[in-house]
Ligand binder design. Structure first.
Ligand code: NIG
Ligand code: FE
Length: 417
């Protein structure tokens, strides 16, 4: 039994009342100017003004007391959308895009996701693990304590299962909570070119049953996009995933408005991602169906695309999360502070809205809200110390991470406590 007291901190946290925060409540953050957190065996027992906490713990055991020196204390980031399990970098492709080449055109010509597929198929399980773990630990240093990782660079049954094993092992062998997502429907692989329906059949009839038997994945995602998977094909994948007990996610309307947001509403997926091109009616349907909109402002940055219509999304009462989309193609970063800065400066979320988007709402987007996402009694003691007066420093200190300490279950796991 270990009791730890963290005091003299400027605490900022969303309050979880059982639903993701949306619309006018998107930026609802509680704060304690001079606050304290009492942690017992890695779980939060009390959060509040320091004077009050000191009073309540008089009879409790305190094995360790940490003076947070007036630093800002926020929940650990939940990066709810990444493709961090990969084996190659695609700098050449990045430069081609800088010179004007189009992302989907590169994909059509066998580059993009297909380059990553070739590299992942070639890589041994050990190599794939080592690279993924390195990136995941880098993310931890930037304050990510819970992380979703998708498969989707295998595109054949054995390699997809290999990726999911690697993702599960990263969860076992690091301190982070890792949420594995099966994304066999990330692209139509070269060997099925011209026969996307055959490939969808493979995903539905062979991969999904094997993925279910393997028992690692919690969600299934699909890339619904012109030239990738149509609305109808995406629906088939999501329906089958549901039959196999996996939660649904969808890369929707990233480049073209195919109606992916509408499908997310129809299927009541837990989230829909990107949404740069999504129309108002479909966003409204999503909000009505309780689907979380996951904004990936780093991808808009790297693709030089217009930004997600966050203002309209707020008006439509759509709960918003933000994530890195960390991948070697459209957004090569492990940094939530970078994405937080973009969400504030480019997408025009307030720092409070971005904080909720990066913690509580992101936890909902991976169904981890019962254990992480806010600083409340009963949740894991996952939190960060920031050098600054409030979460706005994540946008203010541009290009630099203000995260100076990362605590996971009450243990210092990165930075300098
Ligand atoms: O979210 N859009 C599809 N998937 C990723 C990119 C993957 C890649 O290019 O490797 C995305 O942007
Ligand atoms: Fe993605």
């Amino acid at each position: 039994m270990i009791g730890k007291l963290f005091r003299n901190a400027r605490i900022f946290t969303p309050i979880d009342r059982g639903v993701p925060l949306a619309g006018k409540n998107q930026g609802q953050v509680a704060s304690f100017e001079r606050g304290a957190v009492y942690v017992h065996n890695g779980v939060i027992e009390m959060v509040g003004p320091e004077s009050q906490i000191m009073d309540s713990i008089k009879t409790r055991q305190v094995d360790l007391e940490v003076d947070c020196r007036g630093l800002c204390l926020i929940p650990g980031f939940v990066d709810c959308h990444t493709h961090m399990c990969f084996a190659d970098l695609r700098e050449d492709e990045f430069e081609l895009r800088l010179a004007g080449a189009d992302y989907l055109e590169i994909l059509r010509k066998g580059g993009g996701i297909h380059s990553s597929v070739r590299a992942v198929r070639r890589a041994s399980e050990e190599e794939l693990f080592a690279g993924t773990k390195r990136r995941v630990l880098r993310a931890l240093g930037f304050g990510t304590t819970t992380l979703e990782i998708k498969s989707g660079y295998g595109l054949d049954t054995e390699t997809e299962l290999k990726m999911l094993r690697v993702i599960a092992r990263v969860g076992r062998e690091t301190v982070l909570d890792v949420v594995p997502t099966f994304m066999g429907a990330h692209a139509v692989p070269g060997e099925s070119a011209g026969n996307p329906d055959d490939y969808v059949r493979l995903v539905v009839e062979e991969m999904l049953p094997r993925v279910r038997t393997q028992g690692i994945a919690r969600f299934c995602d699909v890339f619904c996009e012109a030239g990738v998977f149509s609305l109808e094909q995406s629906r088939r994948v999501l329906l089958a995933a549901r039959d196999h007990g996996l939660g649904g996610k969808i890369h929707a309307d990233e480049v073209n408005d195919l109606g992916g947001a509408r499908l997310a509403a129809e299927m009541r997926t837990v989230s829909a991602e990107h949404l740069l091109a999504a129309g108002d009616d479909n966003l409204r349907a999503m909000a009505g169906a309780g689907v979380i909109g996951v904004l990936l402002p780093g991808t808009a940055y790297s693709l030089r695309k217009k930004l997600a219509p966050a203002g309209r999304m707020r008006d439509l009462n759509l709960p918003l999360a933000i994530a890195t989309d960390s991948n070697p193609g459209t957004c090569y970063t492990e940094s939530m502070p970078f994405v937080f800065g973009l969400a504030v400066m480019n997408t025009h979320l307030s720092p409070q809205e971005a904080l909720v988007a990066a913690t509580l709402n992101a936890a909902y987007a991976v169904k981890m809200e019962k254990t992480v996402g806010s600083l409340q009694k009963g949740k894991r003691a996952d939190f960060l110390l920031l050098e600054g007066r409030g979460p706005a420093v994540l946008a203010y200190h541009a290009g630099v991470s203000p995260v100076v300490a990362v605590y996971k279950r009450g243990e210092l796991v990165a930075g300098s406590g």
